[in-house]
Design a protein around this ligand. Structure first.
Ligand SMILES: NC(=O)c1ccc[n+]([C@@H]2O[C@H](COP(=O)([O-])OP(=O)(O)OC[C@H]3O[C@@H](n4cnc5c(N)ncnc54)[C@H](OP(=O)(O)O)[C@@H]3O)[C@@H](O)[C@H]2O)c1
Length: 266
């Protein structure tokens, strides 16, 4: 199977790296990027064919679209000239519906699968939500699942829920880093030096993730084990609950979903 990746920025490169490590050999991949310097970087680093010409993807069975949504209007009609109805298109663009992609490719009934990865894909620990478009089959979905599994876990949802995936796990790494940042700031405010606060918070979060991964307990039980009745942790959690932290998170996710709908193109 020959795979093309158009747009080898953060996500495109992460997917390329994962595919080479796990699924395909370098001669089965072709990359396209806009700037010659990026093309040189990719071809030297990964020993794959890389070009500034979209026509390089002409023999590909699968084309991964890794360009930003605002570049899709320009890229889709060009790709449409070099593929056919049998080509599987995997789009990682936030907000662009499969029908929009089909329409702009100009290929009747094009098989499109939307994928929503996240940045831990850069270290092979991403999670991707997949949704098949109207003309993609279960077989197309299985191919996409196999390819995206190269950069982490994969879940499948209906396309109308892909914005919720984007708001949850696509944006998720930013929530994690933001909470890390806020906890460091709070510890500094209460007297720790920044260096010490940083070591404590970063290692607490990384250690908790490792504990979660290796434990049979779910998150609720793991939290309960740290929260002794009438203890210090309970005091902090009760304060957060009194400020309706649950409602705040629901509204934050709601805001991200609303934004995805606003920038969505059908
Ligand atoms: N980053 C995330 O957390 C995340 C999560 C989920 C989904 N996504 C989606 O992933 C996609 C890529 O995001 P990213 O963060 O990887 O962006 P990025 O780093 O900017 O990568 C996009 C790449 O596409 C290239 N490009 C632009 N126009 C092109 C063209 N006409 N032909 C070929 N290549 C072209 C860009 O080149 P130049 O730099 O020279 O313009 C750049 O190398 C977006 O659609 C985004 O919605 C991102």
């Amino acid at each position: 199977m020959k795979i093309g990746i158009v747009g080898t920025g953060n996500m495109g490169e992460a997917i390329l790296k994962g595919l080479l490590n796990n699924v395909v050999s370098a001669q089965d991949i072709v990359c396209v990027d806009k700037v010659q310097a990026s093309v040189d970087h990719i071809s030297q680093r990964y020993q794959v064919v890389c070009s500034t010409e979209i026509s390089a993807i002409k023999d590909c069975d699968v084309v991964v679209l890794g360009v930003k949504p605002q570049n899709m209007d320009e890229v889709l009609p060009l790709i449409g000239k070099h593929i056919n109805q049998n080509t599987l298109i995997i789009s990682i663009a936030v907000g662009l519906t499969s029908s929009y992609i089909v329409k702009n490719l100009g290929i009747t009934n094009a098989a499109v699968v939307r994928a929503m990865p996240n940045t831990p894909a850069l270290v092979g620990k991403g999670v991707t939500g997949l949704a098949k478009g109207e003309f993609a089959t279960a077989e197309h979905l299985a191919i996409a699942k196999n390819l995206l599994a190269a950069v982490g876990q994969v879940v499948v949802v209906e396309e109308n829920l892909i914005d919720v995936v984007a708001a949850t796990s696509g944006s998720g790494p930013a929530y994690y880093f933001f909470v890390t940042e806020l906890l460091i700031e709070s510890a500094v405010k209460h007297g720790l030096t920044r260096d010490v606060a940083q070591v404590l918070v970063e290692n607490t979060f990384m250690g908790s993730s490792a504990l979660f991964e290796s434990s049979a307990d779910d998150v609720v039980e793991l939290r309960r084990k740290v929260t002794s009745p009438q203890g210090t942790t309970q005091a902090a959690i009760e304060f957060l609950e009194s400020k309706d932290l649950k409602g705040i998170w629901e509204n934050a996710l709601g805001a991200a979903i609303k934004r995805a709908e606003e920038i969505s193109k059908n």
